[in-house]
Design a protein around this ligand. Structure first.
Ligand SMILES: [Zn+2]
Length: 319
């Protein structure tokens, strides 16, 4: 048997055929057509699965199930999506039932951040441990929590929305969610930029970033690169970013006590440098018994994590 999986994004859908052990056998991408309220997206994904089967890459009769990752709020139990801005979807959409109807196969859906976590647990940095947490640091901050082998969804799907955990007590920056002080405002790529402008004004350090700051052209990668080169101001900013992450992780550590805390997304390309700074603060503030054996690591699957996680839903839930 094989599993089909799609990680549906705002510009492309990543499609894959995986074995029951979640090895990718074949993968490709199609553009996401978001016009007409994104009404064609699901049909396009299904047609592409069928077309690749016709090219004899696989046999549709061998499909055990289809997993879909959605960039928006998913009600896991109902299989619905409540608006997905990047797909131009609004209102409640019965994605699971609709895809089941057009494909005739068992279908499971979840949001992209949860599926990246599931993918990393099964085939990546999570080493198949039952307790794993993932923080995806990109333009925003995505999160996923797996406790006792199960993704935590909560009563209305917000379990694991770690980007909206208030860590900045001073509430300096406005978040996309309408509140101030969320982890996303200080630990995403946007957050690195927020803190860079903020502390430059406050502290007047001399820094190699001076020109970029004054031109308002700072990018997160520039700040990390400068810090790695020993720039004092950039290092100060990165230490602040790391401290906010460490605080969030220390709280998570006494909630579900994960074995692996996986840092993914574009910002995680800073790799060991960022992890080292997080660990320093994390170890100083976390309840010691919770700390023992917990590892903060970088994600391993890159852009495939969501697709592997979508297939992981079928592995885990379709018997
Ligand atoms: Zn928020």
């Amino acid at each position: 048997m094989i599993i089909l999986a799609a990680d549906i994004g705002g510009t492309t859908c990543k499609l894959g055929v995986l074995s029951e052990e979640l090895t990718i056998l074949h993968k490709w991408e199609i553009p996401t057509q978001t016009d007409d309220n994104g009404d064609r997206i699901l049909r396009d994904v299904y047609e592409s699965f069928k077309k690749n089967a016709a090219h004899k890459h696989y046999d549709m009769n061998e499909v055990k199930g289809i997993g879909l990752g959605i960039p928006g709020p998913v009600d896991f139990n109902k299989g619905t999506v409540n608006g997905a801005i990047n797909l131009n979807w609004s209102g409640i959409k019965h994605v699971r039932d609709e895809f089941q109807r057009i494909s005739g196969k068992p279908v499971m859906i979840d949001n992209d951040a949860n599926l990246a976590t599931l993918g990393e647990k099964f085939k990546g940095a999570g080493q198949n441990e039952p307790d794993v947490v993932c923080l995806t640091l990109g333009t925003g901050v995505g999160g996923g929590i797996i406790a006792n082998n199960e993704l935590v969804h909560g009563h209305n799907g917000c379990g694991g929305e770690l980007g909206h955990f208030r860590v900045d007590k001073k509430e300096r920056f406005l978040c996309n969610c309408g509140h101030r002080g969320c982890l996303e405002t200080v630990a995403s790529a946007t957050g690195v930029i927020n803190l860079t402008y903020h502390y430059y004004q406050e502290l007047q350090f001399s820094t190699v970033l001076k020109e970029a700051i004054e031109q308002k052209e700072v990018q997160a990668k520039m700040v990390f690169d400068a810090a790695k080169e020993g720039d004092e101001f950039a290092t100060y900013v990165i230490r602040k970013v790391a401290a906010h992450l460490a605080y969030a992780i220390s709280v998570i550590s006494v909630m579900t006590n994960p074995k692996y805390v996986i840092i993914g997304g574009g910002v995680s390309k800073a790799g060991h440098f960022l992890i080292q700074h997080i660990e320093e603060v994390y170890e100083s503030m976390t309840f010691k018994p919770a700390l023992a054996g917990t590892k903060i690591v970088t994600a391993e699957l890159g852009n495939d994590a969501g697709m592997i996680g979508a297939a992981g839903l079928i592995k885990q839930y379709v018997k």
